[in-house]
Design a protein around this ligand. Sequence first.
Ligand SMILES: CC(C)(COP(=O)(O)OP(=O)(O)OC[C@H]1O[C@@H](n2cnc3c(N)ncnc32)[C@H](O)[C@@H]1OP(=O)(O)O)[C@@H](O)C(=O)NCCC(=O)NCCS
Length: 413
Amino acid sequence: MVEFSTLQPDELSELNTVDSRNFGYPPVTDRADIMARVVEPDRFVVAKDNGRIVAGAGSYPMELTLPGGRTLPTSAVTWVSVSATHTRRGITRTMMEWLRAQAERRGEPLLALTASEGGIYERFGYGVSTWHRIVSIDRPRNRLQPLAASTTGGRDDGPTAGVRLIDPFEHVEEILAVYDRYRRNQPGEMSRSADMFAWTFKPKDGELLVGALHPDGFAMWGIKPDWDEGYPRHSLELGDFFAVTEEARQALWKTIMSVDLVGDINARSAVAPNDPLTLLLEDPRGVRTVGLRDHLWLRVEDPIRSFSARTYRIDGSFTVGVVDDHTLSEAYDGPLKRGLFTQVFNVSADGAKPSRRRPDLAVTRASLGPLLLGSASVTTLAAGRRLKVDPSMYSALDAFFGIAPLPHCRSYF
Ligand SMILES: CC(C)(COP(=O)(O)OP(=O)(O)OC[C@H]1O[C@@H](n2cnc3c(N)ncnc32)[C@H](O)[C@@H]1OP(=O)(O)O)[C@@H](O)C(=O)NCCC(=O)NCCS
């Protein structure tokens, strides 16, 4: 019989073995010390059959930045996996409920995760709330726009002034100090601790990671060599990039574009969907978007607290009814009825509070995430059948909930 219990500290190594098998990579051995520091056992649940772990899931305590710059405590859900001998019998469903209840108990109004597959998590109330733009830049064919002659005294791509090339893991505190300034102004971004930075980014033996540190920004990359018999075209894999000021952004890109022997610069998450990089290059087609993918999925567990914490661009007052999966089609097709809603709240520029009014709009639990972060417009959510509202209200709601630039998350956990 399968039984669920909180992870015990001496079970981490067994969970590591089970989890790595389920995800298809070798168990973590080289960074076991960091793993033991980031995993707080009492935030993890395991399923055991005859005393042996067959599944596990947990969360890290993090913070998420909302539009306007306030942050909220967030359960960063992770390590969700079930052994092949025990899948499709509801184990993940039970663990997701354990994590939801834990977040409620700990006063964490949001749960966040990144998904291995797109079809799993909407049923648990998680919606795509930030997007990754996967890009490739053909470096030899591209260059940065020259800065205005008055600032440089001639044609120049701009200075790399202030940038130092470093070993990132010898400068973690400095990097995180800049990162903290960055993420507090970037809706959709997560907090990072030194241990989490090492856990998510530290290279395996033999891999080289180069850091470029500016007083107001940071970039980090690895090189995949390709000497091609004397016609070198290495790939520069940009793992991280953030800038607090435009000067830092310019200097860091100038540095990255100056790494000789590199052919393509590839970035999975470092370039935001509406990143200004396209405008910084001479040829706007130089940033080739090779993919657009979901990154952060959010479950808004406490809408009152969450929608009170963000700001809104214009005045307005709307009553929102939250619909859980099974009543969704009724809410779409029938008249808006109170009984269909698991929660009803009013949101205005002053914040959110519970309401007994008839909702102006019905929204699925999973779509509260993109609504909260402003990553999908109300019009788009309605066209995608995740939200129902009288179309005459689309433009007012888009103006109220929308943000620019779009939220972005460069963090993994
Ligand atoms: C994905 C995984 C965690 C699902 O675990 P599970 O215990 O089989 O899931 P459950 O039996 O609780 O299924 C819950 C629901 O999710 C659905 N589901 C499960 N895995 C799914 C998948 N890969 N794609 C789509 N739907 C899936 C089930 O059909 C079920 O739907 P229903 O309750 O609406 O009928 C498991 O297959 C696994 O460990 N995969 C490898 C590691 C991984 O990808 N983990 C996710 C990390 S983000």
